[in-house]
Design a protein around this ligand. Structure first.
Ligand code: CS2
Ligand code: MG
Length: 402
């Protein structure tokens, strides 16, 4: 069997998605997510112009060899565009392997290690009472874990808070919108938010929070120590993670569990964080971290160092990524939790999939392969629309991390 076609599909059913579809000489097809939010067309071009031509005629069964060929063979290693493109190929090849074997991919990864994949939802609101109502909505839906994000008085907009609630979408403009940030104001609100959530929902619910790269290590350590009494399940991306030594400083000041890695694209981005046990959860995911093959490698390194998984699962990761993530989540020994931001109906229609939510768990599809497809006709009805993530400035106008 040989690869006879590799096609890049760009579609925007409410938001942009890039998908790679590989077809074999036996007519088996596989798909992989290649979406890099705000930089979608760069991956589409990398695939179309530089990767698809190399795939034609290759044996689709040779997943590891193809991964190494694309990684080592590019000469220029790593980076989000390259690794997202490699991920798309890798994911599509796993999909094909599963279909050829007649097995869901998780069976090829060693089989089930648990009954279901515990997921968390993203409860948000302008005010604390609004967030509490959203948490209640998730609890009613059966969620066992909820991430809480609240507006900051005096700031127009902040990460994680939106009008659309259930379908939080940060890429909101055709040129980046500008938000204002104040660490002082933020640090006043978060402990109040945690206190209010614990007061209303008690301690059985797992509570998470995303700091979205906004603090310095010492600020993060201080916040973590103030939140310890509310037993956070994790604090996410407390600081930008280029400086991995900075996490030692956070560790010296708090036992609040730390989750990092949604912007990581290779094992080398988290090797020190994992080896020195500076984090508790690794948030890398299939689409941005080199596919199932490479993410499995990251998860195995993490398992050796008491680090659990907590993969990114925002709306900008397509159902093709979510499907693949769930096959890994159900199989690996050190699974922690999976983010699950629901997609809109339009997105779900373009990507018919077999995973389902029940009782706070997501369950991977039992169909052979990954159990996800793309409806190409429908996809063609939604042309690409430029959309960017916001940028952030301090109150004096200096650029800050968004
Ligand atoms: C986020 C994302 O879900 C998360 O944890 O941090 O919303 C992130 O901002 C987007 O995926 C960026 O594309
Ligand atoms: Mg995040």
């Amino acid at each position: 069997m040989r690869i006879t076609d590799a096609k890049v599909i760009v579609t925007s059913p409410g938001r942009n998605f890039v998908t790679l579809k590989i077809t074999t000489s036996d007519g088996v097809t596989g798909i992989g997510d290649a979406t890099l939010n705000g930089r979608e067309l760069s991956v589409a071009s990398y695939l179309r112009d530089h990767v698809c031509p190399l795939l034609i005629g290759r044996d689709p069964a040779r997943i590891e060899d193809t991964w190494q060929y694309l990684y080592r063979g590019a000469y220029w290693r790593r980076g989000p565009v390259t690794m997202t493109a490699i991920a798309a190929v890798d994911t599509a090849l796993w999909d094909i392997k599963g279909k050829v074997a007649g097995l869901p991919v998780y069976q090829l990864l060693g089989g089930r290690s648990r009954a279901g994949v515990t997921v968390y939802g993203h409860a948000n609101g302008e005010t604390i009472p609004e967030v509490l109502d959203e948490v209640a909505r998730y609890v009613d839906l059966g969620y066992r874990a909820v991430r809480v994000q609240c507006g900051i008085p005096g700031l127009d907009a902040t990460y994680g808070v939106s009008r659309d609630k259930m379908f939080y979408e940060p890429a909101d403009a055709n040129l980046p919108s500008e938000a204002t940030w104040s660490t002082e104001r933020y640090l006043r609100v978060v402990p109040e938010l945690f206190a209010a959530v614990r007061d209303r929902f008690g301690y059985d619910l797992r509570i998470l929070h995303d700091i979205h790269h906004r603090l310095t290590p010492i600020e993060a350590g201080g916040l973590g120590s103030r939140l310890e009494e509310y037993a956070p399940f994790w604090l996410e991306d407390p600081v930008p993670a280029e400086l991995q030594d900075g996490f030692r400083l956070i560790r010296q000041h708090t036992t609040a569990p730390i989750a990092v890695g949604e912007v990581f694209n290779s094992i080398w981005d988290c090797e020190q964080l994992i080896r020195e046990q500076l984090i508790d959860f690794i948030r890398a995911t299939v689409v941005h971290a080199g596919g199932i093959t490479h993410l499995r490698r990251i998860f195995d390194l993490a398992a050796l160092h008491h680090v659990r998984t907590g993969s990114h699962g925002a709306t900008d990761l397509s159902p093709a990524c979510m499907s693949a993530a769930l096959h890994l989540d159900i199989a690996v020994p050190n699974f922690g939790i999976q983010e699950y931001m629901r997609h809109t109906e339009a997105t779900d229609e373009v990507f018919p999939h077999g995973y389902r939510f029940a009782d706070g768990y997501l369950h991977p599809s039992e169909e052979p392969g990954l159990g996800v497809d793309i409806d190409e006709k429908l996809a063609a009805r939604y042309p690409y629309e430029p959309a960017y993530l916001p940028v952030n400035r301090l109150t004096d106008g200096s650029m800050h991390n968004w």
